[in-house]
Design a protein around this ligand. Structure first.
Ligand code: AMP
Ligand code: MG
Length: 514
């Protein structure tokens, strides 16, 4: 297809654009059009994200929309580009990377950057083909919306377009494009890029852009010697700490926490070999390419801190002195444990008087801002529980959901059944009951059912949706999407999706190949 101005979308679908990232200038990106995707078809769409972006539902069903999100037609007024960044991969400096297969269409006036992932080669593709396969696109699409449903900050996914075009990975697969959206796709790696190449003017321009656009309070702070760049580092550290607390509490493993996959806004981005824990195995490594286990579940909070240290190093020329940078980073060490404890207390139904769930529910029933205050012994109770879950290899999600139901019904048998060491768990239950006795049980159960999801995107569920999608059947994907968009609801008739993983689930190998 010849991509000329005439191929722009029709007048009835005009997004209002405000290309604020592009305004940074050509040092930050290369302008280029997506490479057309042959014979595209719809694989999935999110009506919720379409509404968020201001896209008309009827238009989303048109061929014009299909062509636009396959990269075959430009949305009127968009200004496609691929940005340059660098980063540390698996703990080693990797040099220049950049958007090797994602193309930014621009930012809407409502503040959403829209990217096409898998839209062809860019100057930053290195050895890659610029494409994404259907398999990984289904996983990114479903997980983005699942994380949002769980109340965890994330990039969003508007749609997947598929194609019969072949893509070579370990085997021949077919190509797909995911259209994703976030307020910004700026990564730690963007800052590392300009620091490493000694482009201090650009480094400052990028930091100023991020502060003005997303962290304006950093300009007026009196903390950290009134240094706005140190304040930025502190704000990013705090957001990242909160994100890690949420990942750990829900049992999410990202799989590739390289600094180029770390969002400056503390969002979950770049879904690759991620996994939600089945059994609670603290050292679980979900990425088969991660032979050292660098990104194991229980190492994620430390890795995030290591990544923030890289960001601090990159911001050092702007911050001016090491001590101020170190002080800004320190907040991570207090925010992460505080947030994690608050999340775990909420999972246990422990709330503080005057701050019970009926007054604090946001999102899709996610208990937002649960700042339940910790009492003495809470940390010990949580540590003991996590140890028991690990020793008995208990299914993490099923445990929490059964516990939530048990607190409401008073019947703890189904929870006890999960433990081979029943005596050990019974003992824990005694201590827990003492704390629970201080709560209104109905309110605790309500908080727990809104905090502990019934449905998560287990690997085998994603795999089933992928296998069907490869055969042209998208029903499974749609069902799963519907459940994951509202993971705290019961969804009668769909209990199989909330069950233990089948034996074959442990043989699924997810690697960096996508
Ligand atoms: P990831 O860790 O998957 O987020 O990707 C690391 C880097 O490799 C980024 O710069 C990506 O843009 C790039 N990349 C990954 N896959 C491809 C591909 N198939 N073609 C071009 N670049 C890619
Ligand atoms: Mg990436």
């Amino acid at each position: 297809m010849n991509l000329t101005a005439e191929s722009d979308t029709s007048a009835d679908i005009r997004l209002a654009w405000d290309h604020r990232f592009a305004a940074l200038g050509p040092d930050f990106f290369t302008e280029l059009r997506p490479t057309p995707l042959p014979a595209p078809h719809w694989v999935g769409t999110s009506a919720e994200v379409a509404t968020l972006l201001g896209l008309n539902e009827a238009w989303m069903r048109t061929d014009e929309a299909l062509q636009a999100f396959a990269g075959n037609l430009l949305l009127t007024g968009s200004r496609p580009l691929a940005s340059v960044y660098s980063g540390h991969q698996f703990g080693v400096w990797a040099g220049q990377l950049g958007d090797g297969r994602a193309i930014l269409l621009g930012e809407t006036t409502s503040g959403w950057e829209i990217q096409l992932k898998g839209a062809g080669r860019t100057p930053y593709s290195r050895m890659g083909d610029g494409r994404a396969v259907l398999r990984s696109s289904v996983r990114e699409f479903l997980c983005s919306e699942a994380m949002h449903g769980l109340g965890i900050p994330t990039s969003r996914a508007l749609c997947i377009t598929g194609s019969p075009a072949h893509v070579r990975r370990e085997e021949i697969e077919t190509a797909a494009v995911v259209t994703r959206a976030a307020p910004s796709f700026v990564r730690f790696g963007h800052f590392e890029h300009f620091a490493a190449t000694g482009q201090e003017t650009q480094l400052r321009a990028l930091a100023d852009y991020v502060i003005d656009r997303f962290y304006p309070q950093c300009r007026s702070t009196t903390l950290l010697a009134g240094n706005p760049y140190a304040a930025l580092l502190q704000a990013v550290s705090e957001r990242t700490a909160r994100l890690m607390a949420q990942w750990q509490a829900v049992g999410f493993c990202h799989g590739v926490m390289n600094t180029d996959n770390m969002s400056i806004l503390g969002l979950t981005i770049d879904y690759g070999p991620f996994q939600f824990l089945d059994a609670f195995v603290p050292g679980h490594v979900c990425n088969h390419s991660d032979t050292q286990g660098r990104y194991a579940y229980n190492r994620q909070p430390n890795v995030a801190y290591w990544n923030l240290f890289c960001l601090a190093q990159a911001l050092l020329p702007l911050i001016g002195d090491q001590d101020t940078a170190k002080e800004a980073l320190e907040s991570y060490k207090t925010v992460f444990p505080t947030e994690f404890l608050a999340r775990m207390r909420a999972k246990l139904g422990l709330y503080e008087a005057g701050n019970h769930p009926s007054s604090e529910v946001g999102g899709h029933g996610v208990a937002a801002d649960v700042t339940a205050g910790a009492g003495a012994g809470d940390t010990e109770l949580i540590d003991t529980l996590l140890l028991l879950l690990a020793r008995n290899a208990v299914d993490y999600t099923i445990f929490w959901r059964r516990l939530s139901v048990a607190v409401g019904s008073g019947d703890f048998e189904p929870v006890c059944d999960l433990f081979a060491d029943r005596a050990g768990f019974d003992q824990w239950l005694l201590s827990y009951s003492e704390l629970l006795a201080l709560m209104d049980k109905a309110l605790s159960a309500d908080l727990m059912l809104k905090t502990n999801p019934k449905f998560i995107l287990r690997n085998h569920l994603g795999e089933q949706a992928i296998r069907a999608a490869k055969l042209g059947d998208f029903n499974e994907l749609q069902t799963l999407q519907r459940l994951l968009e509202r993971p705290f609801e019961e969804h009668p008739g769909h209990d199989a999706y909330a069950d233990f993983p089948p034996d074959w689930a442990s043989s699924i190998e997810i690697s960096c190949s996508s």
